[in-house]
Write a protein that binds this ligand. Structure first.
Ligand code: ATP
Ligand code: MG
Length: 427
């Protein structure tokens, strides 16, 4: 066993009160029961960086069953590698037994009935450190002694603001290509430099992302673009040739018109807004991200279908289907999101209609706000919808009477048109 570095509180400066009280309860209970238990991973890293951790993961030498005996609110999950979730009401903390590094020879040990016959096994604390991805993610915090325990040089790297892969980067990226995306995410989010050997192989290995399950990539993409540093993430993903593997159509659209076309402006404005919303603690919807990235393809596709003689609405719908069929080859977008994305696109056409009945209906529509935000982003990026954006902004701010007046002013003939529309719609 390598000698681990033990850094005292006087040097690392972590205030144990910053650790969630419930996580401290778990650490103390396991320790009182005679086990070793540490805070580990992102929680320790973020505390050292003076950031508020998103979650507090715990690593222990107790088996999941022993965790459950000590903390009865535990639920054991997973088959291949069992994990303990210690519940506090709806929330839970993950308590993972030290784990040996991933062993290729364990792969594929699946019985004929599909069950895993040879579980890959628990390990010791050092093994648990070195199977992690980056040195800054492999630090342990011992609540009892207030020490940070470092097997991989993570503290030095953190002080040098460096993101370094544990072990041989090429091997580790091949083992799990998602680590390339994690490298980009942590570098952007934590403002760390990629250590040269960690950085060097990424471009060449980027095609390995094609082997990752689209459902997992969806999760990773959300973490990347909802990290609060989406702008930096996009630049880095593109720099390392990863973006084109995730969003081939968006990359093509960006390349077609760079450097300063409307579409590029739309993408950058949208991601800038996303970052602002995250910082302000406002919710962000994945549907919006896809609406933005695929917008140019959808515009081009709808223009093509219109030229072929299809009605406007159907043209957008067909173009939307095309764009999504292509996109889901790499990223599995759940229907509940892609349906919203489609609506955002389809509703862009509704902003043209300003007669009173349609305006009132539209304003009270559930997805109005998302569609409106998208409209104004388009305006911001230079598309010729600036007037619409202003009109729809104003109409949301004025009272009922003024709303009616606004509609009359723009569409004085609206009664006649309305009847005409209505007739058509009832066919
Ligand atoms: P975040 O702030 O995004 O939650 P995190 O470091 O906690 O960052 P998680 O995805 O929550 O990241 O994973 C927890 C820990 O598990 C990581 O800190 C790392 O030690 C380890 N880990 C996660 N994913 C991998 C991976 N693909 N390969 C190796 N180790 C990993
Ligand atoms: Mg985490």
């Amino acid at each position: 066993m390598t000698q681990a570095l033990r850094i005292p509180a006087s040097e690392h400066g972590i205030n144990p009160r910053e650790i969630d009280k419930r996580a401290r309860t778990i650490l103390n209970s396991l320790s009182d029961a005679g086990y070793e238990a540490y805070l580990v991973g992102g929680g320790v890293r973020d505390l050292l960086l003076g950031k508020h951790p998103k979650d507090f993961d715990i690593a222990t030498n107790a088996t999941p069953e022993q965790v459950k005996k000590t903390l009865p609110s535990t639920r054991i999950i997973g088959r291949r590698f069992r994990l303990a979730h210690v519940h506090f009401g709806r929330e839970y903390f993950e308590v993972a037994t030290f784990r040996a590094p991933h062993d290729e020879s364990d792969k594929g040990q699946v019985g004929r009935d599909g069950r895993i016959t040879h579980d890959n096994v628990f390990g010791n604390m050092e093994q648990d450190a070195v199977r992690r991805d980056f040195t800054v993610n492999a630090l342990f915090y011992d609540l009892k002694t207030a020490e940070v325990i470092d097997f991989t040089g993570g503290i030095d790297d953190l002080n040098q603001r460096q993101l370094r892969m544990i072990g041989d980067p090429v091997t580790r990226y091949r083992e799990d290509p998602v680590r390339m995306l994690r490298a980009i995410r942590f570098a952007a989010k934590l403002d760390l430099e990629l250590e040269p050997n960690t950085e060097a192989p990424i471009r060449e290995l980027s095609p390995l992302l094609a082997n990752i399950a689209p459902a997992r990539l969806f999760e990773e993409v959300l973490k990347l673009f909802h990290s609060g540093k989406a702008l930096a993430v996009l630049d880095k993903l593109r720099e390392y040739h990863l973006f084109k593997l995730l969003f081939p159509q968006a990359e093509a659209s960006l390349l077609e018109e760079e450097p300063e076309g409307n579409y590029a402006r739309l993408v950058y404005a949208a991601l800038g807004n996303t970052d602002k919303r995250i910082k302000a603690g406002k919710p962000v919807n994945p549907a919006f991200l896809f609406a933005v990235f695929l917008w140019k393809r959808v515009q081009e596709g709808s223009a093509m279908y219109r030229e072929l003689g299809n009605p406007v609405l159907q043209s957008v719908q067909m173009a939307a289907s095309d764009a999504f069929s292509e996109q889901v080859k790499t990223i599995a977008v759940p229907r509940r999101f892609s349906n919203v994305t489609r609506e955002i696109w389809v509703m862009q056409g509704r902003f043209n209609f300003k007669n009173q009945r349609r305006v009132m209906n539209f304003l009270s529509y559930k997805r109005f706000r998302a569609a409106y935000d998208f409209l104004c982003l388009r305006a911001q990026s230079g598309e010729a919808v600036e007037e619409d954006c202003q009109w729809w902004t104003l109409i949301q701010e004025v009272d009922e009477e003024e709303k009616i007046a606004m509609c009359r002013k723009v569409a004085p003939q609206s009664r006649g048109r309305r009847r005409h529309k209505k007739r058509r719609n009832t066919h």
